[in-house]
Design a protein. Sequence first.
Lengths: 450, 450, 450
Amino acid sequence: MRNIKYKLMTLAGAGVALAMLSSPAAAEVSEEAAFVFNTFSFLVHGVLVMFMAAGFAMLESGLVRSKNTASICLKNIALYSMAGIMFYLVGYNLMYVDVGSYMGSFSLLYNPSGAELDLINADEASDAMVAEVVGNGYSVMSDWFFQMVFVATAASVVSGTIAERMKIWPFMIFVIALSAVLYPIQASWTWGGGFLAEMGFSDFAGSTLVHSAGGWAALVGAIMVGARKGKYEGGRVHPMPGANLPLATLGTFILWFGWFGFNGGSQLALGSALDAAAIAIVYVNTNLAAAAGVVTAMILTQILYGKMDLTMCLNGALAGLVAITAGPDLQNHFIAIIVGAIGAALAIFAVPLLDKLKIDDVVGAIPVHLVAGIWGTLAVGIFGGGSFITQLTGVVAVAVFMIVTSAIVWGALKFTVGLRVSEEEESLGVDKTELGLEAYPEFGQGSLKH
Amino acid sequence: MRNIKYKLMTLAGAGVALAMLSSPAAAEVSEEAAFVFNTFSFLVHGVLVMFMAAGFAMLESGLVRSKNTASICLKNIALYSMAGIMFYLVGYNLMYVDVGSYMGSFSLLYNPSGAELDLINADEASDAMVAEVVGNGYSVMSDWFFQMVFVATAASVVSGTIAERMKIWPFMIFVIALSAVLYPIQASWTWGGGFLAEMGFSDFAGSTLVHSAGGWAALVGAIMVGARKGKYEGGRVHPMPGANLPLATLGTFILWFGWFGFNGGSQLALGSALDAAAIAIVYVNTNLAAAAGVVTAMILTQILYGKMDLTMCLNGALAGLVAITAGPDLQNHFIAIIVGAIGAALAIFAVPLLDKLKIDDVVGAIPVHLVAGIWGTLAVGIFGGGSFITQLTGVVAVAVFMIVTSAIVWGALKFTVGLRVSEEEESLGVDKTELGLEAYPEFGQGSLKH
Amino acid sequence: MRNIKYKLMTLAGAGVALAMLSSPAAAEVSEEAAFVFNTFSFLVHGVLVMFMAAGFAMLESGLVRSKNTASICLKNIALYSMAGIMFYLVGYNLMYVDVGSYMGSFSLLYNPSGAELDLINADEASDAMVAEVVGNGYSVMSDWFFQMVFVATAASVVSGTIAERMKIWPFMIFVIALSAVLYPIQASWTWGGGFLAEMGFSDFAGSTLVHSAGGWAALVGAIMVGARKGKYEGGRVHPMPGANLPLATLGTFILWFGWFGFNGGSQLALGSALDAAAIAIVYVNTNLAAAAGVVTAMILTQILYGKMDLTMCLNGALAGLVAITAGPDLQNHFIAIIVGAIGAALAIFAVPLLDKLKIDDVVGAIPVHLVAGIWGTLAVGIFGGGSFITQLTGVVAVAVFMIVTSAIVWGALKFTVGLRVSEEEESLGVDKTELGLEAYPEFGQGSLKH
């Protein structure tokens, strides 16, 4: 029998469980075990989120044309790397250390706690040393690792939108600004204990702080850099289909897989029955919202366009995931289905709207991360997880900050080093001109001949 | 020194370990810690199984022709989504709640336990509230999550077999029937505590309940929908090679990776030394059986065909994995090698047999999941894990049920909405006709010109 | 607020944590819980390392030409399988059981401990049985699983270097020798407690024992088998670009993902606050070194060649990872950045050097695994993790052993069955001649026409 209830009830029947319950020490999770659980949760969930970098890379590789594929691969691994280094050097302290209402401390470097180093380096660990470390509840660097992969996600949102026409180095400078300063400051308002936290703004794993923050940066970037040549020529929208849809599918699955870390780890603890049960609820909601996003996209594209659209269905999954990210801890799973479905629907309706505005978003990151991110954050207010007005305030505050600051950075880059490759380079493909190579040198028409 | 024994013996020598053993409370896993371990095992292993959906998607994407690639991607993400929603709405209760001999309860929705919600929502958690939650042994939704990814696997088995000629929506209706009703009912007989469990039928992680159940549904579907046009023309078998073998390889590796969750998590507990040691044995057997499957396939295809066949070797790994799934807890690892090797051999011999019967299985799912699944279940009886007759009874019972019920569903679809695209659509490729796009629009001959 | 400190301080403030600390039994991790943590760490981290096999497969699939892609896929799944079986049959005992100064015991088979089997099979588990199992500190087969995936990694290093011209079966025989005998003997010197361990040689997760050991085998193999036809024709280096760079990018991300298991699991324990905190430090250093490798490669290739090179940046990440592997436990994260950056720089400079020597390394495995592996091992001596002379001694000892023994094996193969396909077969591509198929039969020029 695989129904685990029977197995455990038998144990209980044998008196084992009841006997243990009568001994409080044995019934509880010891403080040191909770430390290990909490730390391991940060690490395991953090690794899942880290793998989302591969998911973004594959999604974007599949949705750009082959002549720009190698560049988007490079941008993805480069942004993950750069974001990690900058968040180490500057970002973490700015987001979490001595946070006032609006930001933390501008200081270089973050290191393991002295207590942990003392314990690790001691010839003999005294009880007091262990107690000092354990008193923190989790290893400080495991928390750093988990927070670091979030800033990389925010940066990943940007790369897909502005693909196929932006130069690599200016993009890297934007990533530096985003991960070192922009993201940490706005995130400190909520997760660092700043003014939005004090207002009661609620964003469990970052529909607003990660996804819509990245989405605003992408939107401003898309406007600043302009549409791809030919995309809106002659007043019509010219589709520029991605070169490799199985890779885009793989990327979506990897993101979905990683999202269990993104949302599950955001419980920030695993060391008690309450935390473990809460994480399980988060996993289930995360999965149901994404699933609802896919089914919604299938039905909607079938109705709207007469045919199902694979790319829309992939983005439906992602929009469902982004939408549930602000409140995956809600306890009615049915609502998770609704939140995911509406998130996907909004993302699908946002695609033609962006085209009408001639905002060229190569992979659909703005509908998915910005639109569904806003929806998910507001949904927390609608479905009883907080005040709607407060949720709206948080959304607007982050929006204003990200629009203004990213406009400054994009603008400064545009009017100095320039954002965009030349028309000829764009025609040839940025792989050829920026990297001097082709992503698929042997396949068919090849990228050089487009 | 990396030999961990030395490290821990040193600790023991210092009297630490011995002292702890003399204190029973400190030596045992507390009941709440066991709850956390059990729950986390469901979640971590469940996430690995979830990623198998990506593995199936890549395996099938790589083994179909390019003109049908986007459709198989869509089917895979759609079936995972739909199966998850249906198992939430209907399937779980039918499989696990109030199971009599033949099925559970037909009731909508499954929610976290009230005790867990009370604990999560309490301003202050009382000992009694914690004790009530902890008394269940694991979080109920973590169990739901783990069981849900299994039904998705069963549905994935079907999609590859009937690729390249079946319409998407009828396939989706079959997935709904399979995940809401067919799979849960037959699985309840064993894992829900029904009549096969009472007989002593043993299927650790589902060689029969998941893989051969899916395999029977695929077999009936393949017969109902018929072979691809041209496959058996003129009395000969015409190979239709897959378009992207590295993706098929990736898919196989992802499935292997996920299978540690599939089999390891099926121990259903991690909260004791016994459970942890048992899971370790499961991991090792799982890996050895798959490895033996690959080596067997290499040697056999070299002998039979004079050349090694990559696709057969990938399927050899999968057949080894399917075969060991019924009994990965056996304690002689040598037997795992034998079970995996024979599973792969049987799968390889089944391929020409299916062709002789003109049953067109695009990716080889029937040899891998059905044939090796039956073998693995019987092997438990052969190698001392249960009565052979009981094992055979279980195999036959599931076979009869799945053949009859899936024939009813496939048949109802065939004679109403129809299963198959038109001949012209099949020629053009279902990507073009069902989705209106191409998976690889820029590569070479392109899917449209085949 | 997401700043977990607040949450836990509140708990502590409520007296819960302090009360528990005053009860030593409740404050510590019980011995059985530590057993579960340690075992689960081996399993979870081992699964991550297992997935590196997929990473190598994708990296190499992307970097070879399309006409040799299916063969490299087959080699990768075959080597992982064969290495696992041989390490089970022979390698583990040779590496860990009754190790003298130079090797362990030549005996077949490794099985779970009798104590664990007794516990698993007991009708009723006595305290004494549990205590005996728990006294070992971890499940023996979880350790086996974790060590097994390392030998597979060493074998993976070889396959890429000698791609596109070596026959499959001779390669498989080399893998058997490597995983059954060569790798275990040299690894026993350090991790089995042999003479290098006694000298104090330090190699945390195997910069030398895994990566440079595999690298030496690859170097000797590359020399023995010779360069690809045309690679160094006319005294010039002719680039032979890989066919699928997104797959190479995916492979790199998978390797990076798996490396958290590789380095994190090498702490060999998770069952205490000290171990958990140490693993967190390892994760952070692993990530920073890889990130520094990418950024270094971007800057260096921009400066040296005027354009960034995607392949070099991917190898920069890997070189950073290899370099930090000997000492990811160092406590100054800034040094991790430096170690990774220098590792990447050395790997980049090694590429033209190898070309000057006409050593044809298809995927750059020698620069990445051998050169950065040596650097990382020496860096431990430079940055205070051990004596530089001892580190150098270990590097040289492994070098001498691996060069001599792998030369014997490669040589014996060369002068009996032969290593290399015929010139005509090489022209046609080994997929066609060894496997009788194409990896991408529909794409463009197709592999047959090259």
